[in-house]
Write a protein that binds this ligand. Sequence first.
Ligand code: IMP
Length: 185
Amino acid sequence: MEIKRKQYADLERLLFTEEEIRSAVQTLGARISADYEDKEPLLICVLKGACVFFSDLIRAIDTPVSIDFIAASSYGGGTRPQHEVILKHEPSQSVKGRDVILVEDIMDTGNTLLCLKRFFEETGAASVRIAALLDKPSRRCVPLQPDYSCFTIPDAFVVGYGLDYDEQYRSLPEIGILSPTVWDK
Ligand code: IMP
């Protein structure tokens, strides 16, 4: 408990409570259920940041879904993205002819999701949409928007509900802005 209390002390402020997140994920699940009523989309979780959002989202969708996992990386432990995207873990099933929904924690510059979207289009997916828990549009540097997102946030480094800084804070149930004193060290 002491560790978690320290993690809260590292936050500049809370952005979204557990209840606000739950409600936004339920609303998004209902939207995806309606959009994919007669289909069986393949939801692909982009590890690790999206894991908490993903597990809540798939349970908020009424229609049958398949799931898979990939890992991509464009971060080296800091708060600013590098441009190279590396696929560290590929999906375990073919995406050929599938309606893919890439589930990501946050769309920041957009580099990661643009690379992943192109990868799955080139691999033969029937369609590729993006569901990002958070959208940080002020830092976008590629022409891409999420098809679905729960919250739009300002240009700040956020943690919690799966999102990390240096592998910390993922298990916080809320989302908050990390104090610059933590990443400025
Ligand atoms: P991109 O800049 O859109 O390619 O984002 C790449 C990745 O950076 C995201 O998937 C996140 O894992 C990470 N990221 C971007 N902004 C934040 C943030 O505010 N908090 C935690 N991770 C972030």
